[in-house]
Design a protein around this ligand. Structure first.
Ligand code: FES
Length: 83
């Protein structure tokens, strides 16, 4: 699947006490912390706008997906053969 999508319907993903959500972008998968860079809104409940930005539901801040992917808290899920 190409493009950008949010795993909004998936159960919460917890890691070290923080909630993350699954973000698909250009055929890669990422775990993004479910806290808006602005004031901690639940990004998972946002949407992708026509410009390909993720719009936060709290104050409608729009964040470039590349910006979210490059956050130090974002985890890229790498594919690879199972050993
Ligand atoms: S908390 Fe996300 S835009 Fe303000």
């Amino acid at each position: 699947m190409t493009g950008t999508w949010i795993g909004s319907d998936l159960p919460p993903i917890w890691r070290h006490g923080e909630e993350y959500f699954l973000l698909g972008h250009d055929e890669a998968l990422y775990l993004v912390r479910n806290r808006c860079p602005h004031r901690g809104g639940p990004l998972k409940a946002g949407f992708i706008n026509a410009a390909g930005e993720l719009v936060c539901p709290m104050h409608r801040g729009a964040f470039a997906v590349d910006q979210l992917i490059s956050l130090p808290t974002t985890i890229r899920l790498d594919e690879g053969p199972t050993p």
